[in-house]
Design a protein around this ligand. Sequence first.
Ligand code: UD1
Length: 365
Amino acid sequence: MLKLDIIAGARPNFMKIAPIIHAIDKANKAETKIRYRLVHTGQHYDTNMSGSFFGQLNIPPPHKNLNAGSGSQAEQTANIMTRYEKLLMEEMPHICMVVGDVTSTMACAITAKKMLVDVAHVEAGIRSGDMTMPEEINRIVTDSLTDYFFTTSTTANENLLKSGVDKQKIFFVGNTMIDTLLANRSRFMKPPVWDEKGLEKGQYIVITLHRPANVDEQNKLKNLISEIIHNSNNLPVIFPVHPRTEKVLKTAGVDHKNLYMVSPMSYLEFNYLVENAKAVITDSGGITEETTVMSVPCMTLRDNTERPETITEGTNELLGTNPEAIKPAMQKLFAGKWKKGSIPEKWDGKTSERIVEVLANVEVC
Ligand code: UD1
């Protein structure tokens, strides 16, 4: 029987691990093939950023919470590593499974590998080429230590092959985030802001911004928001504000009759809002995948992306971080000229089953 640690630490991790856990539970029904220990690093800890996802996505309570909490990148990494190392000393798994590209992903991969535990990386191989992003460093470090590469796209496969990874270690399985999206689409629920502001389908814009390059400098953030509002054809603009962004906005005095800033939303509420939006403007990576599958126009305020298929196949377009790019993109949207897109290969809701199939066949002594 395979002993597996599953690591989750920050908001975008929770929707990626949920379907894997459910697929393991399903595979274990007849006979226990995989025994897992769910480890929450505590990188995100609020109900808004963590707790609500466990409830809504039916994720069992973690076996262990490392309570690493806030801090600089180095502090968080160090806290997670020292605490996970202690846990490994109590009981060693055969494989440590990490997902995505957050600090917790890298910290646990390093710790596990140094303790001679194999690493499996879900969402391996994606690259933005932008070394100013902490996530890019996390991806590169994690993939340099990974034994089982579970990938979401053919581009990710190519990136790994180019960097010298053995083909046999790459498993092109698809996207677990989309497993969660498809499994929960019929359960999406109206967030309170829907009735409070009298929102209507296709008649509002959603924005999310949290990347340091967009939010850490107050003036830049104000300009981006103002440009969006002034090019939104008077539609309401709904902005669920990430804690990092909230800190900067507190003293910024951003206010407009069409702008509604709300707390970070639960998964089911946020995706209800996205599914029915006229468009989403974001600097997130995961949201570009969800809008692609739901065929919602998406504008990304970044200079690069590690998810090129959301542009070549999906509904996403890169605008860069200069506010001037917003106006022409919004004009195209309101002229009805936005692309419809198609769904990338293997984003079919069955990715977790494919991952579990691979894991169940791992030989352990
Ligand atoms: C992290 C991830 C990023 C991901 C994002 C989604 C890294 C390097 N970055 O960035 O890839 O897209 O999460 O949310 O791992 N905070 C709270 N409550 C919480 C969690 C955080 O108030 O529950 C505060 C922290 O104190 C910190 C700020 O939010 O000041 C940012 O949190 P942090 O975990 O450092 O990184 P994110 O910007 O959220």
